[in-house]
Design a protein around this ligand. Structure first.
Ligand code: UD1
Ligand code: CA
Length: 448
């Protein structure tokens, strides 16, 4: 494929989102809308990617840079229409001579295949090419005006006649043309229309008038579904979730109740994994072959090794790394901690900023006290150590390999390898005390 550049328009504030953040930063499937679009763009290995942002949109710029490190961002100070926005990219792309694709930043479901197909239409000789779709309800979209099957113009809703409004073949907004054609045509677009905006869609009529060949390809309506409201954002989320669930199941995972399991764009799930109902998996999670994630668990930024068992009701936070066969049970929170092979934290614990050595057993209710109000400290638990229930390990602290910690201990000093430490009030026994106590009390009890 010849060199391709992309201009992604993302200056819209999305007023119907009723939000303080730019529309394209809203998230679905654990990633921003813009992130999804740029990821599809990235799959074509483009020579240049330029994102057009509004003023005060540093966060959009930063998000674009995380997905495409060498992205260019340009600012559109006034929102004067899609053609006006595209023009903003001219200086940034002045040295680029190949095919330029202009698209929108709020359509996260677009597939790389659709973009590749569009570019190939240009490579096969068309001067300009656009992606259209059959709309179930075309209201609000620009309509494709065809003559003998060829695209001759696009009419925006507000400028369309009664007859034109009946057309269901609509414009997705994805438009490709050679740089040598795009820039001069963009410069000629005026704003003499119902909205007083510079319409990108006017490119078509201008190109046709110049005797250029304008072609179009077709994709599904759902693929170019944009986000204009929170309700549409939820629809996109639902579609993405269905896609992720299907991919997980096709890869050999059992999702007992798929509709109740929420995954992210980057969730990696091995073969033979079982995910029970009502599990939420945010970004950055890997689940190894044969692992089981029990009901009502919440996972983020966690690595779960093969054969691990997690939950029910477990919370794995970023940096939780479970090696092969480790077990994390109910009401356990793990953060930034390595659980080495076969170690167990089965009930009601918080393990943060820690290492739990191979085969170590952490008793119910054990807490790593990792934070002193100012800094976080590390707890190192050795191989085969046994920490009795309800212990508090006050970090920084080290429990040696094979050491025992008596239940209910508050451990503030390191424990040597193979030692026993007991750090709690000593048990005192008074034989017969209760019987005497009861006898005295019952004599003094008044009749009521
Ligand atoms: C646009 C198309 C319409 C198409 C529809 C598909 C035009 C004139 N119309 O209409 O044919 O059917 O998309 O969804 O192109 N933007 C800017 N700066 C601006 C204006 C827009 O960056 O000054 C960005 C927006 O952030 C948005 C995109 O361009 O991501 C589309 O703009 P929008 O106003 O939503 O266009 P539509 O009216 O939906
Ligand atoms: Ca729109």
């Amino acid at each position: 494929m010849a060199a391709t550049a992309f201009i992604v328009l993302a200056a819209g504030i999305g007023s119907r989102m009723a939000s303080d953040q730019p529309k394209v930063l809203h998230r679905a499937g654990g990633r921003s809308l813009l992130g999804h679009v740029l990821n599809a763009v990235k799959a074509l290995a483009p020579a240049e990617v330029c994102v057009v942002v509004g003023p005060d949109m540093d966060a959009v710029k930063a998000e674009a840079e995380t997905v495409v490190p060498n992205v260019r961002t340009v600012i559109q100070s006034e929102r004067n229409g899609t053609a006006h926005a595209a023009r903003m990219a001219k200086d940034a792309l002045q040295d680029f001579a190949g095919t330029i694709v202009v698209m929108f930043g709020d359509g996260p479901l677009v597939r790389p295949e659709t973009l590749t197909e569009l570019v190939s239409v240009i490579e096969n000789g068309a001067d300009m090419a656009l992606v259209g779709f059959e709309a179930a309800d075309p209201q609000g979209y620009g309509r494709f005006i065809l003559k003998d099957g060829a695209l001759t113009a696009i009419r925006e809703e507000n400028d369309a006649s009664e007859a034109e409004r009946k057309i269901t073949l609509c414009n997705s907004g994805i438009t490709a043309a050679g740089a040598d054609l795009l820039w001069p045509l963009l410069a000629r677009i005026g704003n003499d229309n119902a909205q007083g905006e510079y319409y990108l869609t006017d490119l078509v009529e201008l190109a046709v008038a110049d005797g250029r060949q304008v072609a179009h390809s077709i994709c599904s309506e759902q693929e170019v579904q944009g986000v204009n409201s929170r309700a549409q954002l939820a629809e996109i989320e639902a579609r993405l979730q269905d896609e992720y669930r299907e991919k997980a199941m096709a890869g050999g995972a059992t999702l007992i109740a798929p509709q109740t399991v929420f995954l992210s764009h980057d969730t990696t799930i091995g073969r033979g994994v079982v995910i029970e109902p009502h599990v939420v998996i945010l970004a950055g999670v890997t689940i190894g072959d044969g692992a089981v994630v029990r009901a009502f668990s919440h996972l983020e930024g966690a690595e779960i090794g093969p054969g691990c068992v997690v939950g029910p009701y477990a919370r794995l936070r970023p940096g939780a790394r479970l090696a092969k066969g480790a077990k994390v049970g109910n009401f356990v929170e793990i953060k930034n901690a390595d659980l080495e092979q076969g170690s167990k934290v089965n009930h009601l614990s918080y393990i943060g900023d820690a290492r739990v050595g191979q085969g170590a057993n952490i008793g119910a209710g054990t807490i790593t006290c990792n934070y002193d109000g100012f800094n976080k400290h590390f707890t190192d638990i050795g191989k085969g150590a046994f920490v009795g229930s309800n212990s508090a390990l006050v970090a920084p602290v080290k429990i040696g390999d094979g050491a025992f910690v008596g239940s209910g201990s508050v451990v503030t000093r390191d424990v040597a390898e193979d030692a026993l430490t007991v750090a709690r009030g000593r048990q005192e026994d008074r034989p017969g005390w209760s019987a005497k106590f009861r006898a005295i009390q019952s004599k003094s009890k008044k009749k009521s």
